[in-house]
Design a protein around this ligand. Structure first.
Ligand code: BES
Ligand code: MN
Ligand code: ZN
Length: 477
């Protein structure tokens, strides 16, 4: 998709599709009788999209009318979704080029940024493995604006781009994206976008004392990789934001094996990793004057003669011992070592971990919002702002002492599976045991990282959840 600013394109051309936004509560007067009649007949409910032909000055003109609903009811995220819906229409009718004519009169700078973001995100489908996929034509989107809008258009495009990087990584199956190939993708993205990547293999991981991470990885023939991404945009400051993403390239559950129906989607268990990778691309491409280190402990949770087992007692980089009650509660085991490493070896001064961690998160907030745990109000408030900018919904969960008590092990310091009650809170707090006093945020995207349907700027499969919010967070801190 090609998004271009074309100034003064406010005339109607034959064989071109002209798009007009219409508010329900706006009396449009386009100084044009034919159009006015058309607009009056159009019921401009939010996201109503009509395509029609009109006859004007002996020419047959293609028109798309787009309803915006009531002016004071529409949000930025509504505009983003509207962009997505328009993209889906273009795809459906195989439309190659459109001209947004009255855009300046109806949308402000931020809304135009969101429209561009939505157009780009809504176009996406993951169909590369389908033989009968529709040949996709590259679309030209012409916006009747001037260069004052360029920065906003660029920003909208970048936000979409980084979420799409995440979506692609998540949608790839686990026979294509496994720890080594994920690391290679990150190395290439780092070269393209401008961040450093270090990749550590099994021996290094063992030397670092990451017994918890290694225990999860042991059952697979594929070597685990510790992937570290670094962006140093503020040489004067010691402040470093740490981003840690869960990178299970496949989660079978291990010996606490998942039923097939739950297992089939578990190539997406690296959605957290994909989010931090996407965010790093955005941070470095925009050359933010911030320091950011992202860490992904990438591995597969499988079954073999080498796999860890329920009842095992293992150690961790933070030197707390853990009894394994359930090998399917593996994400937290990889995350504690990654978070501990980020704080103690990379000296991050604030840390966010993001993970497809628990089914309990889906029970709590469905696919609508991401549950959050945090030990720091100020840091959480920044995330809240960042999430509202991206239109991603978050909700802070309560941290009561009762939830911490159940983390204790019988024969070890901790256990990895305290039971169903408050499951997404206890999983988050388990990670919290390894952050000390460092300001910390935990995001459980198990419900939000994958969408079951095409809607607005989302498409079936990975949503890219977290990438845009973490990028916004890096800007805000
Ligand atoms: N990767 C899963 C969580 C998940 C579930 C992600 C559904 C996306 C959709 C995680 O590793 C897991 O299996 N969690 C268990 C934890 C339990 C054994 C304590 C769960 O939620 O059932
Ligand atoms: Mn699991
Ligand atoms: Zn998992």
């Amino acid at each position: 998709m090609n998004i271009q600013v074309i100034s003064n394109k406010n005339y109607l051309e034959e064989n071109e599709l002209s798009v007009f936004f219409v508010y329900e509560d706006n009396n449009v007067d386009l100084k044009n009788e034919v159009l006015n009649t058309f607009f009056k007949d159009f019921e401009a409910k939010y996201s109503k999209i009509d395509i029609c032909k009109i006859f004007k000055d002996d020419k047959l003109i293609d028109l798309m009318l787009v309803g915006l609903g009531k002016k004071n009811e529409i949000s930025i995220d509504d505009i983003r979704n509207l962009g997505g819906n328009i993209s889906k229409k273009l795809k459906k009718y195989n439309i190659k080029e459109i001209n947004f004519l009255n855009i300046k009169e109806n949308l402000n700078y931020r809304e135009i940024e969101a429209l561009v973001e939505g157009l780009k995100l809504g176009e996406y489908t993951f169909d590369k493995y389908k033989s009968d996929k529709k040949e996709s034509v590259d679309k030209n989107i012409n916006l009747n604006l001037d260069e004052n809008y360029n920065d906003y258009i660029k920003q909208g495009e970048l936000l979409a781009e980084i979420a799409l990087i995440s979506r692609n990584l998540v949608n790839e199956p686990s026979n294509v994206i496994y720890p080594e190939t994920l690391a290679n993708e990150v190395i290439n993205l780092g070269k393209e976008y401008g961040f450093e990547t270090e990749v550590y293999g099994k021996e290094d991981i063992e030397k670092l004392g990451m017994e918890s991470f290694i225990s999860v990885a042991k059952g697979s023939d594929k070597e685990p990789k510790l992937i570290v991404m670094k962006y140093n945009g503020d040489k004067e400051s010691n402040e470093i934001l740490g981003l840690v993403g869960k990178g299970l390239t496949y989660d079978s559950g291990g010996y606490s094996i998942k039923p097939t129906n739950s297992m089939v989607d578990m190539k997406t268990d690296m959605g957290g990793a994909a989010a931090v990778i996407g965010a790093m691309c955005g941070i470095s491409k925009s050359k933010l004057n911030k320091n950011v280190v992202a860490v992904v402990a990438a591995c597969e949770n499988l079954i073999s003669g080498h796999a860890y087992k329920p009842g095992d007692i293992i150690n961790s980089m933070g030197k707390k011992t853990i009894e394994i009650l359930n090998t399917d509660a593996e994400g937290r085991l990889t995350l504690i070592d990654a978070v501990y490493y980020a704080i103690n070896n990379e000296n991050v001064t604030k840390v966010v971990d993001i993970a497809t961690l628990t089914g309990a998160a889906v029970v709590a907030l469905g696919t609508v919002a991401t549950p959050i745990i945090s030990n720091n109000d100020e840091f959480y408030n920044k995330l809240d702002k960042a999430a509202s900018l991206s239109g991603e919904k978050i909700w802070r969960m309560p941290v009561f002492e009762e939830f911490k008590k159940v983390l204790k092990g019988k024969e070890a310091d901790l256990n990895n599976s305290p039971g169903r009650d408050g499951g997404c809170i206890t999983a988050g707090l388990f990670i919290g045991e390894f952050v000390g006093n460092t300001p910390w945020i935990h995001m459980d995207i198990a419900g939000t990282s994958v969408s079951s349907k095409d809607f607005g700027y989302k498409s079936k499969g990975a949503t890219g959840e977290g990438a845009r919010t973490l990028y916004n967070l890096a800007k805000l801190i």
